[in-house]
Design a protein around this ligand. Structure first.
Ligand code: NAD
Ligand code: DAU
Length: 360
């Protein structure tokens, strides 16, 4: 049994799918999953409904900052590992309201670590040695790169620039300290921008796909020349599986897609693919919907991951190119209108009004 915090979110939900598919493909014995999730606006049990219905996965609906709930889940399900995905994850939301980011990413991670430490401390020696606390973090903790800077490695100094990345940096430091001070067998992964199925449409790629299809403006921040290193979400999930199996405790592994792309190129790629797959009735091109809007305050210019450590020590490399991954992603959004419509509630529309109204 493994316990996954944030398993109803974008990456955690994909991880649940990946976990069971991987077991099936490799003939591994089935290992159940407990998803521990607060079900915020970004958490959606529909994402993992087939596994909840089959009984392979169980949902605990609770906050990671609720120590009694965490304690009860650990005592009841006795996981051999905790995979910690739960977070407030959207930079723009952290600019509008940092409080939830401190609560979940820092206080929540602290609560989880405290309960994990007590749970692990009471194990027998064999279970203790096998236990893992895997913390999923981000490349944003390293700050922003100039065009000719070397990519982020595991030894790049931390320099977070947004309330989101500062709260993730704080959580990384806590995880490091729990290993160093208490010996908790931790693993940390810092990955670049994920994309793929079930991506909440507040983030660049799903927002652009859905706005394009609805004939809405495609809001590009600033000059559109910011660079992100895009990682297909299933490649990330596989990296996490392999770090869990082979990672050295106390270590950090950077996970990147080796796909540095300017935002404007991401958006035009999506537009051109949609022109092919879903041409507009009036014959116009989706690119005509691109609208430059006011920049994100403190907008990091470039992220890039140096993935050599995970390649060398773990043997992981991404399988998808940006072209193959974006094609799968666009097709998924075209095919899954039921999921898409369900997540675009009134609260989602309120967020769009709040974030984009002042940028025109
Ligand atoms: P997401 O916002 O899609 O999902 C977050 C999940 O956590 C949701 O299911 C939500 O309900 C749950 N959650 C939030 N607060 C909680 C709380 N207090 N208690 C329990 N559950 C809570 O996020 P994501 O994009 O899937 O990101 C997952 C992790 O990966 C995060 O830690 C994020 O920082 C990290 N990360 C994401 C990316 C990316 O590109 N999306 C890149 C690097 C790192
Ligand atoms: O690098 C990893 C990080 O990637 C994760 O830690 C975060 O959880 C995840 O949200 C993501 O952060 P970004 O800020 O890079 O992702 P986002 O999709 O919000 O934005 C990607 C780029 O696109 C960024 O340069 C801002 C720009 N952008 C975004 C939106 C939502 C736009 O130009 N227009 C938009 O409407």
């Amino acid at each position: 049994m493994i316990l996954i915090t944030g398993g109803a979110g974008f990456i955690g939900g994909n991880f649940v799918h990946h976990w069971f598919e991987r077991q099936q493909k490799s003939g591994l014995p089935p290992e159940q999953v407990v998803v521990f999730d607060k079900l915020t606006y970004a958490g959606n049990p529909q994402t993992i409904s087939e596994h909840l219905q089959s009984g392979r996965a169980t949902l605990v609906h609770a906050d990671i900052a609720d120590r009694e709930a965490v304690r009860a889940a650990l005592a009841r399900y006795k996981p051999r590992a905790i995979l910690h995905f739960a977070a407030e994850s959207h930079v723009d939301r952290s600019i509008h309201g940092p409080g939830e980011f401190i609560h979940t990413n820092m206080v929540g991670t602290f609560s989880l670590l405290e309960e994990a430490r007590a749970y692990w401390g009471a194990m027998n020696e064999a279970d203790k040695a096998a236990f893992r606390f895997l913390h999923v973090s981000t490349d944003e903790v390293y700050g922003s790169l100039e065009a000719d800077d070397a990519a982020f490695s595991e030894t790049t100094p931390y320099a977070p620039n947004s309330p989101y990345s500062a709260s993730k940096a704080g959580s990384d430091h806590l995880v490091r300290a729990y290993h160093h001070t208490y010996g908790l067998p931790t693993l940390t992964t810092n990955c670049s921008n994920n994309y793929g199925p079930y991506h909440f449409p507040e983030k660049l790629i799903p927002l652009m796909i859905l706005n394009a299809l609805e004939g809405k403006p495609l809001p590009v921040y600033g000059d559109g020349l910011n660079i992100r290193d895009w990682l297909y979400v299933r490649d990330h999930c596989e990296a996490i599986c392999q770090v869990l199996e082979k990672g050295r405790t106390g270590e950090t592994y950077n996970v990147g897609g080796i796909n540095e792309i300017k935002n404007i190129d991401v958006v035009t790629t999506i537009c051109r693919k949609l022109d092919e797959l879903r041409p507009k009735a009036d014959g116009s091109k989706y690119e005509a919907q691109i609208t430059y809007v006011a920049d994100r305050p403190g907008h990091d210019r470039r992220y890039a991951i140096d993935p050599r450590k995970i390649q060398r020590e773990i043997g992981w490399s991404p399988a998808e190119t940006f072209e193959s991954g974006i094609n799968k992603t666009i097709q998924w959004f075209l095919d899954n209108t039921e999921w898409v419509n369900a997540v675009r509630s009134g609260a989602y529309r309120e967020w769009l009004d709040r974030n984009y109204a002042g940028r025109a």
